[in-house]
Design a protein around this ligand. Structure first.
Ligand code: GLN
Length: 530
């Protein structure tokens, strides 16, 4: 067993959005395909304790882990590319680091000392990383630092990552951008970014260059010369139409073997599982339009796991899905029903995903009503499930004022409400019903058939529940709750018999969908539109 951790440390330069997360996940995929055990860590320099209180507009989706973490969406990439189940403590933030340091100071751990960024904060960061290594003992820790080199916020993390060299076997990978101006691949931004990194005491061992195309030999030579990295260790990361092609491209340049050689390991053979998935995607011909009705639609990262789940299911069935975003707040008020109907006539299926707050909910309810009445395939996720219950209560059970107390605290018919234990909670961060929860499915139901088993565990992130007082009237009118918590008190899945596909769940099955292993409810939805 190795006693010194092997750390692969990924930083980003030039600008944000180059895909450090996808790079880390892709390298993870390659190493997993070589049968190495890996653990991904992501450092987010913001001061939120976790991603749970962030707005999806700014940071994209909040990813949920089995162990109830509300963490950065890059963990979605890590899980989808590597198949491993991540843990919440693998997401380090300034918020949780500084809180730990101050808690220690209050406890008296540093009595008599001036508590400082170096060494107290840097020690806390390094300590976390070593603790994860101790607990998991992987062959590699893949550490991604969020943000861009040069950001003030990330500075103390860069310092800690530099110090790690002393106690670990570190491979520093810097991801940069090579723009093409009048046909020429430009290396200056890469040179400048590496300069900043080196001024912090880190010389990258590999430079990965995001570019519109593969790097030319002369571009690699130039970067090698100016940035002090061997030419073979300058790697191309060309733009791709399907993100799962990234590991395939990296392997074209033997990235996995180069990493092994860097650490003095023998080169193992590997066959990338994602190749099979890419073949499926490229074989897919049947075009189908899937509407996603939400309020963060101008920023598609906000629903990234939902979109990925649609694609995974599509590839399995030879479907090429086209996403049609419907921004629901535009349809909250009366008067635009005609336009909404026109949009919905042009789609093959509808997904109403999760969300918080009142804005957009009336628009979503109209959409669900249309799907129910016109036999349009519908999948509701979390908030989408709750709104399907509200719509059914209003328009089928004739409870005209039915609503969730989240949107109308005084509603006459609170069909969606807080359970007693949630009412007692005062703090909003980290207190929802989170993580993997068990549900027991109804024998013979559609959901049961789709999962092919009676007990399922899906990830949750919600505060509100179907109010037990209304279950009888909803069921009497034909709504089937086809999955419940083990004690039967919490409604987990619903469906409408006789409809082409009308299924919703209180959970977020999108988080567990993977290439070659699509989530059953998404597969069911896509199947129903062929
Ligand atoms: N706002 C709802 C709740 O808290 C739904 C949450 C969600 O869709 N993730 O219960």
């Amino acid at each position: 067993m190795q006693d010194i951790p092997r750390l692969i440390i990924i930083t980003g330069g030039v600008m944000s959005g180059l895909g450090k997360g996808v790079l880390s996940a892709s390298l993870g995929h390659i190493l997993r395909s070589k049968n190495y055990r890996i653990v991904p860590i992501k450092i987010d320099p913001y001061f939120n304790y976790d991603a749970g209180t962030l707005n999806p507009y700014e940071h994209g989706e909040v990813f949920v882990t089995d162990d109830g973490g509300e963490i950065d969406l890059d963990f979605g990439h890590y899980e989808r590319f590597t198949g491993i189940t991540t843990k919440k403590k693998w997401n380090i933030t300034s918020g949780n680091i500084y809180k730990a340091v101050i808690d220690k100071e209050r406890r008296g751990d540093f009595l008599g000392k001036t508590v400082q960024l170096i060494p107290h904060v840097t020690n806390e960061i390094k300590g976390r990383i070593f603790k994860i290594w101790e607990e998991e003992r992987p062959d590699f820790l893949l550490i991604e630092l969020g943000g861009t080199i040069g950001d003030i916020e990330g500075r103390v993390f860069v310092e800690a990552l530099r110090q790690l060299k002393k106690d670990a076997n570190c491979c520093y990978i810097h991801l940069t951008y090579v723009p093409i101006i009048t046909g020429e691949q430009k290396t200056k931004p890469t040179q400048r970014s590496v300069e900043i990194l080196r001024s912090y005491g880190i010389s990258p061992n590999f430079i990965v260059c995001r570019c519109r195309e593969f790097l030319q030999e002369k571009t690699k030579e130039k970067i090698s010369l100016f940035c002090d990295v061997e030419r073979e260790r300058v790697i191309s990361a060309p733009d791709v139409d399907v993100i799962y092609k990234v590991p395939l491209n990296l392997q074209k340049e033997g990235f996995g073997e180069k990493i092994e050689s860097f650490f003095g390991l023998e080169n193992r053979k590997c066959k990338l599982e994602l190749e099979e998935y890419i073949e499926k995607v490229e074989r897919s011909r049947v075009e189908k339009t899937i509407a996603i009705a939400g309020k963060y639609t101008s920023f598609s990262d906000a629903y990234i796991s939902v979109v990925e789940a649609v694609k995974h299911a599509g590839a399995e069935l030879g479907i090429k899905p086209k996403i049609r975003w419907i921004c629901t707040d535009e349809f909250d008020d009366e008067g635009k029903e005609g336009e909404l109907e026109r949009i919905l006539k042009g789609v093959d299926a509808v997904i109403v995903p999760g969300g918080f707050g009142k804005r957009g909910t009336e628009g979503k309810i109209k959409i669900i009503k249309y799907c129910r009445e016109n036999n349009v395939p519908f999948l509701g996720l979390c908030l989408g499930f709750q709104l399907a219950v509200i719509e059914f209560a209003r328009n089928v059970c004739n409870l005209k004022e039915a609503n969730s107390t989240e949107f109308d605290p005084k509603t006459e018919h609170p069909v969606i409400d807080l359970m007693e234990e949630q009412k007692r909670i005062m703090q909003l961060g980290g207190t929802m019903r989170l993580g993997a929860q068990k549900a027991v499915l109804k024998e013979g139901s559609l959901v049961h058939k789709l999962y092919g088993k009676k007990v399922v565990w899906e990830r949750h992130r919600h505060r509100y529940e179907v109010n037990p007082k209304y279950i009888e009237i909803l069921e009497k009118n034909g709504l089937v709750f086809s999955g419940k918590s083990e004690d039967g008190l919490l409604m987990e899945f619903l469906e409408l018999p006789g409809h082409k596909y009308f299924v919703a769940t209180q959970a977020h099955p999108e988080f567990k969908s993977k290439p070659n292993k699509p989530a059953p409810l998404f597969l069911g939805l896509m199947k129903s539109c062929i």
